[in-house]
Write a protein that binds this ligand. Structure first.
Ligand SMILES: NC(=O)c1ccc[n+]([C@@H]2O[C@H](COP(=O)([O-])OP(=O)(O)OC[C@H]3O[C@@H](n4cnc5c(N)ncnc54)[C@H](O)[C@@H]3O)[C@@H](O)[C@H]2O)c1
Length: 271
């Protein structure tokens, strides 16, 4: 008889930004819950410890194994201690989900230097610092999987200039990390979430805007953080053992279509 083996059994994962910035389930929290459900031991990292604790409670309620680590991932020492904590508590490290990300509004004309530097630090430098300490520990046990969270803003001009720039950098970083560390068995892949409805964006949404966003992509349905979490689960698992250096848009097909023809021409006019 077929027996379901948990997809991440025996693996240890770090998720950065494992709390959610508002009520509900964000991308990091969804990934944390899914990883724990599939048997991983999960280090829940967040600079706001109460947020990670909420995720921990949810995992514990389902019988999963996780613990909280407070860190600001733009800080080198915090990243070093974060990886050390995973090894101390769980003995190994197999998965790093570089999920932390923030946005600031602005064009090149009106963005302040400090906002620019902050977005680049949180969205890009954090991945470098976390990976710098994680990769050698993964290599010790034969390899691992790193998942970098970008955005469709990294594929199309779509959001503010610092956000779009930083998220495009995450895609480039993914490719070069995949090339550098693939030979040591560390796979590095990227997810580009689309217009998902999550605690991060909820404060800026009303029903009309949610409807517009829903209708923007061919599937015409609203995505949420679970859609992003399931993609992360696949990339984290051995099912993706031959997948390296890619960016998966999880966006209901939004970036697959030409907005001009898709939004303005009927299907018949498109032929
Ligand atoms: N609609 C969307 O939600 C959407 C769309 C595209 C891409 N993304 C990307 O998804 C990722 C985050 O998704 P989420 O739903 O988990 O966001 P979230 O805002 O709900 O949660 C992120 C968590 O990261 C923590 N955090 C922020 N800065 C930190 C730092 N310097 N160190 C440690 N922790 C820090 C916050 O406290 C928060 O709990 C980001 O990279 C974001 O750019 C989201």
């Amino acid at each position: 008889m077929y027996e379901h083996k948990p997809r991440l059994e025996g693996k240890v994962a770090i998720i950065t930004g494992a709390g959610s910035s508002g009520p509900g389930v964000g991308n990091g929290k969804a990934a944390a819950l899914l990883f724990a459900r599939e048997g991983a031991k999960v280090l829940l990292v967040d600079s706001v410890v109460e947020r990670a604790e909420e995720t921990l409670e949810a995992i514990k309620a389902e019988g999963g194994d996780a613990s909280v680590f407070e860190a600001n991932v733009i800080n080198d020492t915090d990243c070093q201690h974060m990886v050390a904590a995973a090894i101390d508590r769980y003995g190994r490290l197999d998965i790093l989900d570089n999920n932390v990300g923030i946005s600031r509004r602005g064009t090149v004309v009106d963005i302040s230097e400090s906002d620019w530097d902050y977005v680049m630090a949180v969205n890009v430098k954090s991945i470098v610092l976390c990976s710098k300490y994680a990769i050698p520990r993964m290599v010790e046990t034969g390899g691992g999987s790193i998942i970098n969270i970008s955005s469709i803003a990294g594929l199309r001009a779509h959001s503010s200039t610092p956000y779009t720039t930083s998220k495009a950098a995450v895609i480039g970083l993914t490719m070069t990390m995949a090339a550098d560390h693939g030979p040591d068995g560390v796979r590095v892949n990227c997810i580009a979430p689309g217009l998902v409805y999550s605690p991060m964006v909820a404060p800026r949404m009303d029903d009309d805007l949610r409807q517009v966003r829903k209708n923007a992509a061919p599937l015409r349905t609203e995505g949420d953080s679970w859609d992003i979490g399931y993609a992360a689960l696949y990339l984290a698992s051995d099912e993706a053992r031959w997948v390296n250096g890619i960016t998966i848009p999880v966006d209901a097909g939004l970036t697959a279509v030409s907005p001009v023809t898709y939004q303005t021409l009927s299907q018949q006019q498109r032929y």
